[in-house]
Design a protein around this ligand. Structure first.
Ligand SMILES: Cc1cc2nc3c(=O)[nH]c(=O)nc-3n(C[C@H](O)[C@H](O)[C@H](O)COP(=O)(O)OP(=O)(O)OC[C@H]3O[C@@H](n4cnc5c(N)ncnc54)[C@H](O)[C@@H]3O)c2cc1C
Length: 396
């Protein structure tokens, strides 16, 4: 069987693989192929909440998210204005310990040029009159944060990449052979590449293991739902995150909201997870709404679902060349924040592949490169993603 050698072959057409294909095409690295046995955004991307916030816990994440955000805004304004809305993001707590952490975060975030300020129950009540906030001890608000439709952004990347000549091989079962250069076989066709990137979300753990280069990744399940409150909320209001219960809610088109809760702290199998919203999730949302959003207590649940995200031991993604496997790269391990970061991470990884080791981009990726971990990888459990504590040990 003849084999075609590409410059870059990407496994996975979620927002990670699609944004990478787009950025690689802009760098004119040569022929690029993307393979996904499903369709773009069939994984976590198509199930995500689409919250984009700079209320993050380290400067690297803030910079990457800021760059991704600017790109999503520009792409959406040009082609899909309904896929982007700058609505702001506010989080609050009634817990005195968490309140101190939130307020401490304001100065730190400002030192990273995040436009954030402390607000009080009166602002919360004004923005979200369906809520009850008199017990809130601290709240912080970043007005430039946004929400996007993740599948639409992924499709815009696909479109841009296709126009630049990237070939997408989608919806076909293939085999990926291990070896120095992984080979993709689709029927009679075979491809390998100078550089291969695994951007397969929750499936990356299995894929890297099958390629003989395991990485410390743990897939885990998380859930979201769309609801119709009894009285239609405004089309734009800030995304709200209740730190104490880990429930967030955002506008989702006319008369609807999208709400979700945190992380399941056990490993999930992306081939066999429960894809619908479960009873625990529905009950949790209902309880939090009655307590915190009494005006939404009687909301109709339109749909509830789950998706599988990918955790790493330090909650930072795994991006860059895999140790001991020249030409094999990872772009995964987004710990539940892959939509907001993908564009900025993709630009950096595209530059790294184009410019090589020791380049500026290699340095930009230093904190997330896979070579920060060493075999044997100790077992670890996923940890909650939404936290503002500096460093790598979340407190709530
Ligand atoms: C309910 C929920 C809410 C979320 N909310 C947010 C949010 O508000 N903001 C945010 O930033 N993030 C959010 N996330 C996280 C976000 O969805 C992910 O971090 C992000 O989508 C990961 O993108 P990805 O491209 O790495 O993975 P995925 O989108 O999962 O894509 C991986 C792709 O790899 C493909 N694949 C599988 N096996 C193979 C193979 N062998 N070869 C090639 N391809 C393969 C799959 O078919 C899939 O299309 C949320 C996630 C969920 C589930």
């Amino acid at each position: 069987m003849p084999r075609e050698r590409l410059a870059v072959l990407i496994f996975g057409a979620g927002i990670a693989g699609c944004s990478l294909a787009y950025h690689l095409a802009r760098r004119k690295v040569g022929s690029i192929g993307v393979y996904d046995p499903r369709t773009p955004a069939a994984g976590a991307t198509g199930r995500a909440g689409g919250v984009v916030t700079e209320q993050l816990w380290n400067e690297w994440d803030v910079e990457v998210t800021r760059e991704a955000h600017a790109e999503y805004r520009a792409l959406a304004r040009r082609h899909r204005p309904d896929a982007y809305s700058e609505n702001g993001f506010v989080r609050w707590t009634k817990d005195p310990v968490a309140a101190a952490v939130l307020l401490e975060a304001v100065e730190r975030l400002r030192s990273w040029q995040v436009d954030v300020k402390a607000v009080g129950p009166s602002e919360l009540s004004r923005w979200m009159p369906w809520g009850r906030f008199e017990d809130v001890r601290a709240a912080i608000y970043s007005r430039h944060d946004a929400v996007v439709t993740p599948s639409a952004i992924a499709e815009l990347y696909v479109e841009g990449a296709r126009q630049a000549g990237v070939e997408f091989h989608l919806g076909r079962a293939g085999t990926i052979g291990p070896g120095g250069r992984p080979v993709l076989e689709l029927g009679e066709e075979r491809w390998d590449a100078e550089s291969t990137v695994v951007a397969a979300g929750a499936w990356s753990k299995r894929l890297f293991a099958d390629l003989g280069h395991p990485l410390p990744l743990v897939p885990y399940r998380t859930q979201a739902a769309t609801l119709r409150p009894p009285q239609a909320p405004p089309e734009v209001f800030p995304t709200g995150h209740d730190v104490d219960t880990d429930v967030y809610a955002r506008p989702e088109g006319p008369g609807r909201i999208l709400a979700g809760d945190g992380t399941e702290l056990i490993e999930a199998d992306p081939e066999r997870f429960v894809a619908s919203g479960d009873e625990r999730f529905r009950t949790h949302l209902a309880a939090v709404f009655s307590d915190r959003f009494p005006g939404w207590a009687d909301s109709e649940m339109i749909a509830a679902w789950a998706g599988v995200c990918t955790a790493t031991p330090d909650r930072r993604p795994l991006v860059g060349e895999v140790p001991g496997a020249p030409g094999l790269y990872a772009m995964t391990g987004f710990n539940g924040f892959g939509v907001m970061r993908a564009g900025g991470v993709a630009r950096r990884l595209a530059d790294r592949i184009a410019d090589g080791p020791g380049s500026r981009a290699d340095e930009e990726l230093r904190v997330v490169r896979p070579d920060r971990f060493h075999v044997p990888y100790p077992p670890f459990a996923p940890r909650p993603g939404f936290t503002l504590e500096a460093g790598d040990s979340p407190r709530f």
